[in-house]
Design a binder for this molecule. Structure first.
Ligand code: GLU
Length: 474
């Protein structure tokens, strides 16, 4: 995504620590315990050789396990040139708080390989991924009970398959080996609904925020999600699926941004047509009927109800924060708003729905996938037909009472037994709604704090309690 001048000096991990401190000062916990929660437990920095073309390339990579208060640790692996230790530490910490907020019983972790995946062919990417996995195995930084990677920026199902295959080769005979990584293809141990999970979670979270009438009135917005004017930055997995569910939920997507530029149409953009246009032409620009904006950053500054940064961190910073006109910022990416920017946005009365809550849909469904792998059975396999049979019997009993048959399509939709994807969607919806209520209650409990501080308080409280169960009592 777009670069900015504060990129080189800005410490993402320092920002996360600042957010943590802002929250922790409201809590009566021993300083030592606060520090233990905040620090990264294990930081593994590695350099390994990979044969690329005729030569050898030395690859720089990381895996950080932020918190062992719950095991396994969990978090994605990103492939990007921006990867460095500070970034991976920050992202690993966010994973800890994220898991706590949505009651996923994992500690946080993150991995990164400093490469631009577009510069390598599939063979080379496979070699890099398998070698990275071997490095993780050597140091016990991967395994269904220790640390479970997942996709992140620049990685997807293909990479997760390579990771699983490499791990399984070394863990011959380990019955739960498949649970060493999530975000796998459904055909290879994955779960239906994982691909769209983060975007779907963003939708559930924002819809929930919009349902609180008094909060919307304070922002000068009408209650409810339908008709909201939205801007989305990033058309990767998260941005694309956010756009899809926003569209289906009745929002109007007035602008879409990618690193090459942005497009705008007050009447709304057809996200799927834009996606196809970009695929065909290599650029989001020149989409029929839309106005080109010179840079991705311009889209962030548009007047809109909801702004969704769904790309990388550090997009809204001290230099552009003052020009943001959105009423709500929904952090679909990790860390898109810097701590400095947040102070400016708070003063402007903009509501920020924080990453550690809003993009937790991915790890929530990863948790479901891990459960599926450990139980070795697809959700719904045992009960689906039974449920369908019982529902049909109920319908027949009702028919004989009312003396009128249901239509074939009514019967089909009412009697249907739940599939795996139904369970995943329903589990995710429940998770996001419950967690929003908890964060909002905490926001109300401490006057003057913002939603991010509230989310951190929710997380810190839960983690502190779990340290109690380890014998370290607050
Ligand atoms: N990379 C995603 C995140 O930042 C998903 C992590 C996971 O599924 O473990 O939340």
């Amino acid at each position: 995504m777009a670069s900015n001048s504060s990129e080189t000096t800005h410490s993402f991990f320092a920002d996360v620590c600042k957010y943590f401190d802002n929250a922790a000062r409201h809590l009566d916990l021993p300083e030592g315990l606060k520090n233990q929660i905040k620090e990264c437990n294990s930081v593994y920095s590695m350099k390994f050789p990979v044969r690329i073309g005729e030569g050898i390339e030395v690859i720089e990579a990381y895996r950080v396990e932020h918190s062992h208060h719950r095991l396994p640790t969990k978090g994605g692996i990103r492939y990007a040139m921006s990867v460095n230790q500070d970034e991976v530490m920050a992202l690993a910490s966010l994973m800890t708080y994220k898991c706590a907020i949505v009651n996923v019983p994992f500690g946080g972790a993150k991995g990164g390989i400093k490469i631009d995946p577009k510069q390598y062919n599939v063979d080379q990417l496979e070699r890099i991924t398998r070698r990275y996995t071997t490095e993780l195995i050597k140091k016990n930084f991967i395994g269904p009970a220790t640390d479970v990677p997942a996709p992140d920026y620049g990685t997807g199902e293909r990479e997760m398959s390579w990771i699983m295959d490499t791990y399984a080769t070394f863990a011959n005979g380990q019955i739960d080996a498949m649970g060493c990584v999530t975000g796998k293809p459904v055909s290879n141990g994955g779960i239906n609904g994982r691909r769209e999970a983060t975007g779907l979670g963003v939708y559930y979270g924002i819809r929930e925020a919009c349902n609180y009438a008094e909060d919307m009135q304070k922002l000068g917005l009408t209650p409810g999600f339908k008709g909201k004017r939205c801007v989305i930055q990033g058309l990767g997995n998260v941005g694309y699926h956010t756009a899809k569910f926003f569209h289906e939920g009745g929002a109007k997507i007035i602008a879409l941004a990618e690193y090459e530029g942005a497009i705008y149409n007050e009447d709304g953009l057809d996200y799927e047509a834009v996606f196809q246009h970009r695929k065909a032409t290599g650029s989001i620009l020149n989409f029929p009927g839309a106005t080109n904006l010179a840079s991705s950053n311009d889209a962030l500054e548009l007047d809109c109800d909801i702004l969704i940064p769904a790309a990388l961190e550090n997009q809204i910073h001290a230099e552009n924060a003052d020009r943001i006109k959105a009423k709500i910022i929904g952090e679909a990416a990790n860390g898109p708003v810097t701590a400095e920017a947040e102070e400016i946005l708070d003063k402007k009365g903009i509501m920020i729905i924080p990453d550690i809550y809003l993009n937790a849909g991915g790890v929530t469904v990863s948790y479901f996938e891990w459960l599926k792998n450990l139980s070795h059975v697809r959700f719904g396999r045992l009960g689906k037909r039974f449920e369908e049979k019982m529902n049909n019997e109920i319908l027949s009993a009702i028919e004989s009472q009312i003396g009128k048959p249901f239509t074939e399509s009514q019967r089909k939709s009412i009697a249907r037994g739940a599939d795996e994807v139904d369970f995943v969607y329903s589990g995710l919806e429940e998770t996001m709604i419950e967690a929003y209520a908890e964060v909002r209650d905490t926001y109300m409990e401490f006057p003057g704090i913002n939603m991010r501080t509230a989310a951190f308080i929710v997380a810190i409280r839960k983690i502190a309690v779990s340290y109690g169960s380890m014998g370290i009592f607050p």
